[in-house]
Ligand binder design. Structure first.
Ligand code: NAP
Length: 338
């Protein structure tokens, strides 16, 4: 089968940073399904895993943590899917990735593809949606339906992949959403995703929020830079508020006052935790993707795809990584077809 892989960790402008390879088609056993991959998305995790370092892989390493495709074969323990089913999933960072014509994935972290989306649109969703959903509804104390009623939520990096779906999920849960964006294109996109207000994360946040009538916010999702906004969020969050984090800090975070004085809940989300540690509830990830497919098909959530490169090959994946590394992409970039 065709795949795109690396053996060395090189800058993306090096043509050897991601290369086209031929690999053996894997076989599904146990809870695994073998998926014929039709479309994949790229995420900052791909560029972080690929980041330059001296390490060399003995075997080609396949990246890619977002896919949509069709079930080809199933392992003997599989109960949720059968050959021919259309599916979407993020997968497991400890296993071979989705940048391959066929991929093994545990059925428990797979959802049925939304019927109203094509494969490219579906591939844009899983990783970011799992992240935003688990953060808001599993880690932070908000109920999926109406848990944000009467509350304000600041979403830092509203136009990014995670922000685009977080805004929609938060609006659906009833929050008043204040997103952050720094350019006209990203401001417009945040509004299209449903944000009630947009403030600029390149300017001090407090005065902009005050001008909109918010002395404090009830909750905040920092989806961009944990260290940079830590002090400001400590000031801006209301007593008994909650902050959600998804990005590894560069330095140490002071978790005492004002966070302690205000009893602010600090919540980490790592969307690979369930598959990586094979938690007893890992099936919740498949269930949430099914629920999201229903919400998409019912018109209550919309896709976040903004660009598609075709076919899925090393040259196009290098271009996709290059764009992601700029830190300025809007919504999701997908590669489709072989
Ligand atoms: N822990 C987890 O489970 C998990 C899951 C998914 C993602 N992540 C991490 O979360 C981060 C965001 O992921 P993503 O997919 O949403 O990224 P993304 O799509 O690449 O985000 C791009 C957006 O980020 C905004 N941005 C860039 N620098 C910023 C800054 N300093 N402050 C605020 N906004 C900024 C940009 O908006 P403007 O152009 O308007 O400035 C741009 O629209 C990445 O570090 C990723 O690795 C973690």
């Amino acid at each position: 089968m065709k795949a795109v892989a690396l053996t060395r960790y090189l800058p993306i402008d090096d043509p050897h940073s991601l290369v086209d390879v031929e690999l053996e088609k894997p076989t599904a056993t146990g809870h695994d399904i073998l998926v014929r991959v039709e479309a994949v998305s790229v995420n900052p995790v791909d560029t972080k895993v690929r980041s330059p370092k001296p390490q060399v892989e003995a075997q080609p390493k396949v990246l890619g943590y977002d896919a949509a495709g069709v079930v080809e074969t199933v392992g003997e323990a599989v109960t949720r899917f059968k050959p021919g089913d259309a599916v979407y999933y993020a997968g497991d960072i400890t296993r071979s990735g989705s940048n391959a014509q066929f991929q093994l994935v545990d059925e428990r972290i797979v959802g049925r593809k939304p019927a109203s989306l094509d494969f490219a649109q579906a591939a844009a969703l899983p990783l970011t949606t799992i992240t935003a959903w688990e953060l808001l509804f599993d880690r932070m104390p908000y109920a999926i339906d109406n848990g944000g009623e009467g509350k304000s939520l600041l979403v830092i990096a509203g136009a990014g992949g995670v922000g685009s779906i977080a805004i929609q999920l938060a609006k659906r849960a009833g929050f008043t959403v204040i997103a952050t964006a720094s350019r006209q294109d990203t401001i417009d996109w945040c509004k299209a995703m449903g944000a009630d207000h947009v403030v600029n994360h390149r300017e001090p946040l407090g005065p902009q929020l005050k001008a909109l009538g918010f002395d404090t916010v009830d909750a905040a999702l920092n989806l961009a830079d944990t260290d940079r906004y830590w002090t400001d969020l400590g000031e801006l969050l209301a007593p008994l508020g909650h902050v959600g984090l998804i990005v590894e800090p560069r330095g140490e975070l002071r978790i005492g006052d004002p966070y302690k004085a205000k009893s602010i809940g600090i919540h980490w989300e790592m969307m690979f935790a369930r598959p990586r540690f094979r938690t007893a509830d890992m099936g919740e990830q498949g269930a949430l993707l099914d629920r999201v497919a229903d919400l998409i098909d019912a018109g209550q959530l919309r896709g976040t795809l903004t660009g598609t490169l075709s076919p899925i090959n090393a040259a196009n994946l290098r271009e996709a990584h290059r764009r992601l590394e700029s830190g300025t992409t809007i919504g999701k970039l997908v590669l489709a077809g072989w």
